[in-house]
Write a protein that binds this ligand. Structure first.
Ligand SMILES: Nc1ncnc2c1ncn2[C@@H]1O[C@H](COP(=O)(O)OP(=O)(O)OP(=O)(O)O)[C@@H](O)[C@H]1O
Ligand SMILES: [Mg+2]
Length: 318
């Protein structure tokens, strides 16, 4: 079964407030799915619903085929959650924290010491493993909290803002770990983050949520294609294009417009598949091309465009 998370009309209200509003979401095995959206959008509530920590007010969600409301225990056996502010036992050592939670998560007793030592080692905490967590830095705590999330070898891991408040080195380490979990180990990662550069680096697909409802979902490149009509491509001709090249471009209906920017020719094409045709036309007009670079939209540009379009109208590009 390739679909790890499937929700249909998933809704959660708190009194009059609709925190999650008829969410339809699919996440497949082995992907790093980014869940983006402003403060209070409903990300953490969704994570809690998907782990059976909250019950839906309406709609359904299945995780590994189990209904999150009816089979929460089966769901939690297969999922790990790094919450926004993980709590650890301050007066216990890192080892004892892991051993305590390992028992809670059902790690067999005979395997527990080895598993705890292995995780401490993997997270660079082996030397300090017997020190009280009260004396740990924020980065060390976060590493320990992530290690705890992985104790029972979950196949789906939720990270709720895992790198917020970490220094660049610790954040880098967490990002490497997330990509390793998915790419090398084939686990599925559901990542809530406000860091759009991080999401761009890690996520194969993203969902954007605002005021409880999904505004857009897809691979960043697909979202960009839906948000902007044409594709801007930069041609390096080492100098201004000749009149013949300009005439060739003007003669192609798939070239919407073109301009010169810092000595480079920029052309807006109807779609990516027209690049070879345009290259051929420039070459036929005796233009010498040194490089061709389609301009990719960053996830940040995509995010703000979705936000702008949703401000202007409701509905989005989901
Ligand atoms: N236990 C609760 N009781 C009442 N309201 C709640 C509860 N949990 C969440 N909410 C409300 O639901 C909405 C969504 O909150 P949620 O924590 O899911 O947002 P979020 O997207 O995770 O935001 P952030 O980026 O700030 O973490 C907010 O308006 C919040 O106040
Ligand atoms: Mg949150």
């Amino acid at each position: 079964m390739d679909e790890v998370i499937v929700t249909q009309g998933l809704t959660r209200r708190f009194g009059d407030k609709v925190a999650v509003d008829a969410l339809d979401l699919r996440v497949t095995r082995g992907e790093v799915f980014g869940f983006l959206g402003p403060n209070g959008a409903g990300k953490t509530t969704t994570v809690r619903l998907l782990n059976g920590l909250l019950t839906p007010s309406a709609g359904h969600a299945r995780v590994f085929g189990y209904d999150v409301a009816r089979d929460a225990t089966e769901v939690r056996r297969r999922t790990g959650v790094l919450t926004e502010s993980p709590s650890l036992y301050e007066n216990l050592s890192a080892y004892d924290n892991l051993a305590f939670f390992g028992t809670l998560y059902g790690v067999p007793e005979e395997r527990l010491p080895e598993r705890c030592r292995q995780l401490l080692d993997e997270f660079g905490l082996a030397e300090r493993g017997d020190d009280q967590v009260g004396g740990y830095s924020k980065g060390m705590r976060q590493r320990l909290a992530i290690a705890r999330t992985l104790l029972h070898d979950p196949q789906l891991i939720f990270f709720d803002e895992p790198t917020a408040a970490l220094d660049p080195t610790a954040a880098r380490m967490v990002r490497d770990l997330i990509s390793r979990l998915a790419v090398r180990e084939g686990r599925t990662v559901f990542l809530c983050t406000h860091n759009l550069t991080e999401a761009q680096e890690l996520c194969s697909r993203v969902g954007v949520i605002a005021q409880g409802s999904l505004r857009a979902i897809g691979a960043p490149s697909d979202l960009a294609r839906r948000l902007w009509q044409g594709l801007w491509v930069e041609f390096d001709l080492r100098g201004a294009p000749s009149d013949a090249v300009i005439a060739a471009l003007d003669g192609l209906p798939v070239v919407h417009q073109h301009s010169l920017e810092q000595g480079r020719l920029l052309a807006e094409l109807e779609a990516e598949e027209h690049i070879p045709e345009v290259v051929a036309a420039i070459v036929a007009a005796r233009g010498r091309i040194y490089s061709v670079a389609p301009r990719q939209h960053s996830l940040e540009e995509i995010y703000f465009e979705i936000e702008a379009q949703n401000g202007a109208q409701t509905g989005g590009v989901a």
